[in-house]
Design a protein around this ligand. Structure first.
Ligand SMILES: C[S@@+](CC[C@H](N)C(=O)[O-])C[C@H]1O[C@@H](n2cnc3c(N)ncnc32)[C@H](O)[C@@H]1O
Ligand code: SF4
Length: 472
């Protein structure tokens, strides 16, 4: 029944006049943030006082740890070869001796945070991201899990997940992680087409993806996610259709169907291919629509912001019951008040403040060696920031929000003029009490969130505004 509704919604979208839809795409395909945080990272301050960050962390930890538990994100930055499209914070090396050095630093960082925790941490959510976590040997992942879980308590509903590269995730990796409580794995698949793989420097036969998926299931992982990207160089409607068919055959429980973010000014690898090989914005949206059509026809529900899930998956269930949450790890089924990021470039979020670790490995090591918390930049939120953050979160996760009286003056000045425009284009319905995203509006969630980005809107006149990837 629910799936049928999704299909109906989708066919309504398809029925939108073709020209009108593509003119909306042209209009809204501007650089805009992904809103995994508000305020967005470019508005954070460099060199925030570590003492204030530690206080904010301690306060939230004491308030929430014993009741709801905490989330941990651990960044494992190494990869053996460079995928040219990649926008992640990674370090390319084939020298595996880096594993021990990195784990030594990570262990020290965890101990520094443990000294701030006056009670035993209750681990509810743990995500290993990268880079490539499966670059590390199973033995070293075991070592890491030992020091992380030493004198920690596992929350009864803990959820541990890992990002794996299909080319190097072995059965031993999977068995080790399973033993430590991991039940979710996300594989970077990106595209199955050999020509696309050649140009993005990621040769990954479909057999590898099949093997890694089947092994994860055989070991006992209960949710397998695939990351796919649309808008990669050399992708065509035909090639993406085949990639999606091959994906559907393997039946991942979740699919992240990301829009390729072209940011060559920060991700230098993206300068290694010819920009002329990239699909035009119009072709890119056709690639997306083809994916959406095929995924929904195969029984996947569109969760929003490029995420699809099968009805038996928890992500779908939380989306259905309105408890879906979004943070730096993307969409999640858990919602804790403390997210602690460990490792180079990791981001922490304690509700009242954000902090990001040093982004350069050498600097991260140097600060840890001095027994200091390696924070590079961050932001302390005021009450208004928190309320606008909640509007953005509710729009991203539930497709609707209710306004707080205290914000009416700011909303009138900055958000309502933007909403008028979005409403004229049929993307939202709103009044002074709140807002609801329409079905066509679901394609433009980032643009709708932008209407509540007071930091951006108040700085419209300033010439040096941050440059994000385009919305589509
Ligand atoms: C850390 S990687 C995944 C794990 C592992 N390193 C791998 O590649 O299989 C996280 C994901 O970010 C996505 N990603 C990376 N660069 C991107 C870009 N420029 N645009 C869109 N998505 C991107 C990819 O889908 C990738 O799977
Ligand atoms: S996509 Fe994954 S494997 Fe490739 S460079 Fe980025 S983080 Fe490394």
């Amino acid at each position: 029944m629910i799936i049928r509704n999704c299909r109906n919604k989708f066919s309504k979208l398809c029925n939108m006049e073709g020209n009108r839809f593509s003119s909306l795409v042209k209009k809204y395909n501007q650089p805009v943030a992904r809103y995994t945080s508000y305020p967005t990272v470019p508005f954070w301050k460099d060199n925030i006082p570590a003492i204030e960050w530690k206080e904010a962390f301690q306060q939230q930890f004491f308030q929430h740890n014993s009741r709801e538990g905490i989330s941990l994100y651990i960044h494992l930055p190494f990869c053996e070869s460079l995928c040219t499209y990649c926008g992640c914070n990674k370090k390319i090396t084939t020298n595996h001796s880096v594993e021990d050095v990195y784990l030594d630093a990570l262990e020290k960082e965890w101990k520094l945070y443990r000294s701030l925790m006056k009670e035993t941490p209750l681990l509810r959510e743990l995500h290993l991201g990268g880079g490539t976590p499966t670059f590390f040997s199973p033995k070293n992942l075991e070592r890491m899990m030992k020091f992380i879980s030493d004198r920690s308590i596992l929350h009864p509903r803990h959820e541990f997940s890992v990002e794996g590269h299909p080319n190097n995730t072995t059965k031993k990796h999977l068995e080790t992680l399973y033993k430590w409580g991991f039940r979710r794995i996300s594989y970077g698949v990106q595209d199955h087409d050999p020509e696309v793989q050649r140009i993005i420097n990621r040769i990954q036969p479909v057999e590898n993806v099949k093997r890694a998926t089947e092994e994860a299931r055989a070991v006992g992982f209960k949710s397998v996610n695939f990351d796919l990207i649309y808008g990669l160089p050399k992708q065509t409607l035909q090639s993406i259709e085949k990639t999606i068919q091959q994906t559907i055959e393997l039946r991942p429980d979740r699919i992240a169907f990301y829009s390729y973010a072209h940011v060559p000014w920060t991700s230098r690898g993206q300068r290694l291919f010819d920009e002329n090989d990239l699909p035009s914005p119009e072709d890119k949206i056709q690639l997306y629509l083809k994916g959406k059509e095929l995924f929904t026809a195969a029984g996947y529900a569109d969760i929003g912001m490029d995420h699809f899930a099968l009805p038996q998956d928890d992500l779908y269930k939380t989306w259905e019951n309105g408890s879906l949450h979004r943070n730096f790890m993307g969409y999640t089924t858990q919602n804790t008040s403390v997210l602690l990021g460990l490792g180079v470039s990791s981001i922490s979020d304690v509700g009242s403040a954000f902090a990001q670790n040093k982004k350069a490995l050498s600097e991260y090591y140097a600060v840890i060696a001095k027994n200091e918390i390696p924070v590079q930049k961050g932001f302390f939120l005021n009450d208004e920031d928190r309320r606008f953050r909640n509007y953005i979160l509710a729009i991203s996760c539930k497709g609707k929000t209710i306004f707080n009286e205290a914000d009416i003056p700011a909303l009138k000045q900055y958000s309502f003029p933007e909403l008028k425009q979005l409403e004229e284009d049929g993307l939202v319905k709103w009044n002074e009490k709140g807002l609801i995203v329409t079905i066509p509006g679901r394609q433009f969630i980032r643009n709708i969130c932008r209407a509540f980005d007071l930091h951006l809107l108040r700085n419209q006149q300033v010439s040096e505004l941050p440059v994000f990837s385009k919305a589509i």
